[in-house]
Each structure stands twice: as C-alpha cells, then as structure tokens.
Design a protein around this ligand. Structure first.
Ligand code: GSH
Length: 234
C-alpha cells in the first residue's frame, strides 16, 4: 500500500491548520489512527478542486474533506460513526451542514473582509508565499473570497447581520452539545472532528469577533475543545 499523503494549509496560533476543513481532516486522522504524511501547501492551487485539503493515495488525488473521509472509511475500514442510529446520523449531517455551509462563511467574513482582521490574517493564510508575491496575490484572493461570500448569499448582509447569524449557529451547537462530552454522546464521532476544526478556528484564534465572544461565553464549547485536544492533541 502506498503512503497516504495529506495536503493542508499552514497552521498558526497553536493549530495544525488555520483551515477548518484541513483541521477537521487532521482530527479525523488522529481519531481513526490512519498512518499518513502531512504536507503543508502554501496555497490550494495544486489541489484537484483548487481547495484544501486534498490527499494523494495509490495514484489517486482526492479533494474535499467529506469525499476524502468517505474514501478513508472504505479504504482503511474505519468508522467512528458505526454505532450511531439512523436518527443520529441525520442529526450529525444536519450539524455538519450548519457548521460547514453556514457558520464557516461567517468565519470567512471575519477573517477576510473585516479590515483590521484581514491585515493580520493575510500574513497567516499566505505566510508560505514569499513576500513580493504574497502582496500581489493577497488582493486577488480577497476579491475572490468576497465573490464567494456573495455567491453563498451571506455576503449581501451587514456585519451585524452576519454576526447575528454566526452567534445563532454557535449557540445552537452549544445547546445541542449540552452536558454531553461529545456531540453524539460519550464517544467521539466524525461530527466532533468537524466541530473541532471549525470551533477551534473561531474560539482559539486571535481574530476578535462577536461570534468568538458568544462561543467563549457558552462554557461547554471551550470545554469541548479542551476535551478534544486532551484526547487527540496532548
Ligand atoms: N467542501 C470543501 C471545502 C474546502 C475549502 O473551502 N477549503 C478552503 C480553505 S478553508 C480553500 O481551500 N479555499 C480556497 C479557495 O476558495 O480559493 C471541503 O470539505 O474540503
């Protein structure tokens, strides 16, 4: 069997990647113990779908964290979700959509559009690109992200409205978690890797936003991140 190579965007602020999708995959790989080599990519331009993360394995290149996990599940015969009921599978998928298709974009707005945050974040997200090139790429990348935000729909709202949306998502995650150790109960499952990848990238990074404040105020979310870290990143 050839080596599994995982390409992810750079880490910072104590996290292996500042991309929630890359951190999700990293967390999933730790959860399932699949041996692999992690490679940091300065940009996602070499990815099959031009987004990170992506993997190479046995002559195949696969993009998209969800399709990568589908592949790993069958190829390596691992499934942290195997004991979930159909209803729990449904709930986990709904949480995944909330996190990846909605909350994610509020984080993107705070990092890429809010001017003060962008001045910090551009040097983090493009930190692997040498300096003259970095300053050429930065405005183009920012323009493309603004277009993606508008295409998604969230980008037409005001900052206050976007923060209202993000705070509501974070509060819902906190309510669903409740006093359980993990989202589906006592045992970590895929949705915990997804929640960790996203929530760590909001709550544990120095990008000030009302959404981070809401998450930190909901005490069970920082406690969840601690618990997850102790288990997989100690
Ligand atoms: N659905 C994809 C989303 C991946 C994604 O959006 N990755 C971002 C980094 S967090 C990216 O590479 N963006 C580059 C771009 O949009 O140009 C997944 O689950 O992997």
């Amino acid at each position: 069997m050839s080596e599994l190579v995982v390409h992810h965007l750079a880490g910072a602020w104590g996290l292996p990647s500042v991309s929630p999708f890359c951190l999700k995959l990293d967390a999933y790989l730790r959860m399932t113990g699949i041996p692999h080599k992690a490679v940091t990519a300065p940009t996602p331009f070499a990815a099959p779908k031009r987004k990170a993360p992506w993997i190479e394995h046995e002559g195949k290149a696969i993009g998209d964290s969800g399709f990568i996990i589908d592949y790993l599940r069958t190829r390596f015969n691992v499934d942290p979700d195997k004991n979930l009921t159909p209803a729990q599978h449904g709930t986990a998928l709904a949480l995944r959509r909330l996190i990846e298709e909605n909350l994610y974009w509020t984080m993107v707005y705070d990092r890429w559009v809010v001017d003060a945050n962008w001045r910090v974040f551009r040097n983090v997200v493009l930190g692997g690109v040498p300096v003259p090139m970095r300053y050429a790429i930065a405005p183009m990348a920012r323009r493309s992200v603004r277009q993606q935000l508008r295409g998604h729909g969230i980008g037409i709202h005001s900052a206050d409205e976007i923060h209202t949306i993000g705070k509501r998502d974070v509060a819902a995650l906190s309510d669903v978690l409740g006093d359980k150790p993990f989202f589906m109960g006592d045992t970590p499952t895929e949705v915990d890797a997804i929640a960790y990848g996203q929530l760590a990238n909001i709550l544990l990074v120095p990008i000030p936003t009302p959404i981070k404040d809401e998450g930190l105020a909901r005490k069970n979310l920082p406690a969840f991140l601690d618990r997850f870290r102790q288990r997989y990143y100690a």
